[in-house]
Write a protein that binds this ligand. Sequence first.
Ligand code: NAP
Ligand code: COA
Length: 269
Amino acid sequence: MFDQSTLKDKVVFIAGGTSGINLGIAKGMAAVGAKIAVLGRNSDKALAAAQEITESVKSINGHSAIALTADVRDPEQVENALQSCVAQLGKIDCLISGAAGNFPAPALGISPKGFKTVIDIDLLGTYNVFHLGFNHINKGASLIAITAPQAVTVMPFQVHVCAAKAGINMMIKCLAVEWGASGITVNGISPGPINGTEGAERLAPTPEAKAAMSAKIASKRFGETKDIADAAIYLASDMGRYINGSIMTVDGGTELGDASEDCLKIPLR
Ligand code: NAP
Ligand code: COA
């Protein structure tokens, strides 16, 4: 069980923490004692998210969450945001890279610029956050990248996301090897489709599409933001201290592939 001491006074920087899954992680971590900085491109959205986090835990956590604005594709903006976090909250104990972009489209409908856009936000953005963040973390820090089942399981109309998230999975392992001796852990969390989030809405925009997608998942349903928040808290806490270079799948079996009735009804000899 997590409690107020689980991440007490730990400084958490969450790139892409202003909505969806990552905002869920931010709120979950604030509820177990952390000091939170959330970052996005839109400053009003970031301020609203910081306010929402602070309000959600005001009776149990004395800290106010802070809002940072940067585009993760721009190293200078990321560096400024990291410095602002350290100046306001202190050196970082948990650095999360979760900013991402997605639009489902057939490969022939994705221009080179469209492909580059997703690679730049997801893959280069994660490199920027971790590479620059290295100089702003405490010994023993936990680095977490938010990846996706598309890193290992092919999904049609997702060539850009599959390529970007596969790259993130390898980046996690490379950095774990290079930085492990510094007492740092580098891990990933791979969520399945999560209810009420932008990413899931883009992939399954209608009730019919959602039902069809759920039918293919071993657990037959979408997950909740709390499922991912709990995994992140575990990795960032003392309980996760010996987990390094791993990708924690929290996806109801999405990554395993098609578990639909049709697929399971293939006649056996
Ligand atoms: P979301 O609500 O759209 O959140 C995206 C976040 O990233 C927002 O804070 C957004 O803020 C920020 N962002 C986007 N582009 C950015 C940029 N260039 N620079 C800085 N910040 C940027 O997303 P979500 O659906 O919850 O997904 C969150 C993460 O989980 C992503 O890494 C996604 O790939 C992964 N994931 C999601 C699902 C799902 O079901 N939703 C499943 C598997 C994996 P601004 O718009 O203000 O920039
Ligand atoms: N199909 C094909 N190409 C598309 C597209 C679509 N549905 N949507 C965007 N693109 C292309 C654009 O056409 C453009 O390329 P072009 O100039 O050659 O036509 C390229 O992608 C960049 O688009 P732009 O809107 O300028 O990029 P941006 O940096 O402002 O926004 C996105 C990035 C496109 C990923 C945008 O959807 C976004 O900001 N997403 C963040 C939220 C999100 O995706 N959440 C889910 C996370 S899993």
